[in-house]
Design a protein around this ligand. Structure first.
Ligand code: KG4
Ligand code: ZN
Length: 336
């Protein structure tokens, strides 16, 4: 009946973000201050720099989010914040900030799981998407296949044994000289390459059909580059990017389709930074069409880290009665 207004804060990695979300699905503001340029200098995220930058930016980002949404602290129903998983120092900045606002404004505090946020990003633009659905979560730190049984209720049916998909993108990008963050750069370069130029391996994990492994394909790329260097052969980096991306996308799509079949899911969603990958979106679109499944994915801005997705997840937690005390702490290795 009454609208639920949530201020959400996200600071688990290298984006300082705040958003105001109405009833879980209507984004009134979504402010993101990215630190990427800073970390690019070091070839990856430097945790201490991330924490310090969050500290510097967070008040301004929240102020902007409230102003853009034309929302006062009094009009809020809850303060939501990512409390894990992520970098501990980075998480602590958001958690401390959220606790301070919650205490000062007298509004309930709702801690949110970062990965639950990524899944919930799908609710923002797909107003009719409701559980149950199958979700492939592919971020920099996670690769999971889950069944979203109800809002906030997940059954994990597969996960990566080693590298996350995004991590593999970042490592291969570094090896071919593209720099950090590698995912978007490989995505772009692969468009100019031939995806059948090199056949990289797909892992087949005996007995665990929905588990993933990306360290094998990553090593295969590195070996290929080494052997080219030894033979003084020229390397076509666009071909490598396209062939590597093809191997990863193929594994992700094949296993997702098999899981949809076994668990009789009619709806499939993808989430996390790698869900922004154009080849993955295209291949998943085709496979879902072929199998009569409805596919959902967020716009790229809601795939990578943002606070609107935290607000979406927080809404359903809020409705269930989830409240955290002022003793809420950051949990860097928080499980789903
Ligand atoms: O979800 P996210 O923003 O942060 C985590 O929670 O980890 O994911 C970041 C990851 C990085 O590894 C980045 O390279 C990857 O997502 N990524 C992409 C693309 N955009 C971001 N990977 C492939 N293609 C993209 N277009
Ligand atoms: Zn993330």
């Amino acid at each position: 009946d009454k609208d639920v207004m949530i201020l959400a804060i996200e600071s688990s990695c290298d984006e300082t973000a705040a958003a105001v979300v109405k009833n879980g699905r209507e984004v009134l503001s979504n402010v993101i201050s990215s630190q990427i340029d800073l970390h690019t200098l070091y070839g990856g995220v430097v945790p201490e720099i991330a924490s310090r930058k969050h500290m510097e930016k967070i008040n301004q980002v929240i102020k902007e989010a409230l102003a853009e949404a034309d929302c006062s602290l009094e009009a809020l129903d809850a303060i939501a914040v990512t409390y894990g998983p992520g970098l501990v120092g980075a998480l602590l900045v958001g958690v401390a900030e959220a606790k301070a606002i919650s205490y000062a404004a007298g509004k309930p505090l709702v801690g949110v799981h970062h990965i639950e946020g990524h899944v919930s990003a799908n609710f923002i633009e797909h107003k009719n998407l409701e559980p149950p659905f199958l979700c492939l979560i592919v971020s920099g730190g996670h690769t999971h296949l889950v069944i979203v049984k109800e809002y906030g209720v997940y059954e994990i049916i597969g996960k990566t044994r080693d590298d996350a998909a995004g991590e593999a993108f970042d490592k291969v990008a570094r090896a071919i000289g593209l720099g950090y963050p590698g995912g978007p750069k490989i995505d772009r370069l692969a468009k100019e390459g031939n995806k059948t130029a090199v056949s990289f391996p797909r892992a087949n994990l005996e007995g665990c059909p929905y588990d993933f492994s990306f360290s094998g394909v990553k090593s295969a790329v590195l070996n290929h580059l080494n052997s080219c260097a030894m033979k003084k052969e020229e390397v076509n980096t666009a071909d490598i990017a396209a062939s590597f991306q093809e191997a990863v996308v193929d594994a992700l799509v094949t296993k997702t389709m098999a899981a949809a079949r076994e668990y009789k899911m009619k709806q499939v969603a993808i989430a996390g930074g790698v869900a922004a990958n154009s080849a993955l979106r295209e291949a998943m679109d085709m496979a879902c069409q072929k199998n009569g499944l409805t596919l959902y994915y967020p716009s790229p801005i809601y795939c990578t880290d943002n606070a609107a997705m935290i607000g979406a997840a927080a809404y359903y937690e809020y409705l269930k009665g989830t409240r955290h005390g002022l003793d809420l702490n950051a949990v860097p290795n928080l499980k789903i």
